[in-house]
Write a protein that binds this ligand. Structure first.
Ligand SMILES: [Fe+2]
Length: 264
């Protein structure tokens, strides 16, 4: 049976890559996997998510790209993602942007006008080691945890210019399934869960810039023991982020307004 849970809008995926890593589950343990995406250098949101991950005793954290871009704490976010042994990350379009902007001042200028000062801040505060790590992340990854397989990809490969939403055409949704049991997409900043038989197409939404409810970081927990995907939302403080957006990027009110959208 084919069915769709419309949590709100969506994300995407497809295909297997040459990158493949295996992470063994703890024997006898009930393994839970946290699936994150689009952190966007928002350390306040990431810390709120990690608090819950710690409480839930989650052993594996998968991140489907866009660790940086938009906000202002890339050093802290990259350091968590790089050094926490639970994390496996791929890159998204914002890491690709940063890679180009690092070598071309005209691109940096254009991207700053569009997205704000986040790229310049990355170049100012990240160490060479952090930049090398971030900019050399794979753009897709296959991960094996116990008996489960995950495919990570940031943008949808079929339809919608990389954006796959829950109300996208069913043919596009189906076409974005990979060969893995869990196909993970990001990019849209809207959580999405779709299943087909015993396979899942999931987008955790955005940790750092949720576009449905602005102050609730969004992610998913996959419980491998019960084969259940659980959407999670956790509040994070926005005051400091909004202050910084006003200070650093007053020409882009979107950066603060989006964090105040649909507040509960
Ligand atoms: Fe993003």
């Amino acid at each position: 049976m084919l069915w769709v849970i419309k949590i709100l809008f969506v994300g995407y995926f497809a295909g297997y890559s040459s990158n493949e890593i295996a992470v063994s589950g703890r024997e006898g343990a009930l393994v839970k996997v946290a699936v994150l995406s689009d952190i966007h250098a928002n350390i306040y949101a990431l810390e709120a998510v990690i608090d819950l991950i710690d409480k839930e005793k989650i052993s594996h954290v998968l991140v489907a790209g866009d660790l940086v871009g938009y906000y202002y704490w890339p050093k802290e976010v990259v350091e968590v993602c790089r050094t926490d042994s639970r994390f496996t990350c791929i890159q998204g379009n914002h890491e690709s942007n940063l890679k180009i902007a690092r070598k071309d001042a005209s691109v940096l200028d254009r991207l700053t006008k569009k997205y704000g000062s986040s790229y310049q801040i990355c170049l100012d505060v990240l160490t060479e080691e952090q930049l090398d790590w971030l900019l050399n992340l794979p753009d897709r990854e296959n991960v094996v945890i116990g008996d489960a397989t995950f495919s990570l990809l940031h943008e949808a490969s079929v339809g919608g210019g990389g954006y796959l939403y829950p109300d996208s055409a069913l043919t596009e949704i189906v076409a974005n399934y990979s060969d893995a049991q869990y196909s993970v997409l990001g990019h849209t900043h809207y959580p999405f869960v779709h299943s087909r038989g015993n396979r899942w197409l999931i987008n955790p939404g955005s940790v750092g810039q949720p576009r449905d409810i602005g102050n609730l970081a969004s992610f998913l927990i996959v419980d491998l023991a019960s084969n259940v995907v659980v959407p999670k939302r956790v509040p994070f403080p926005t005051k400091k982020i909004i202050q910084c957006a006003d200070e650093y990027d007053p020409h882009l009110p979107y950066l603060k307004n989006i964090l105040q959208r649909g507040l509960l």
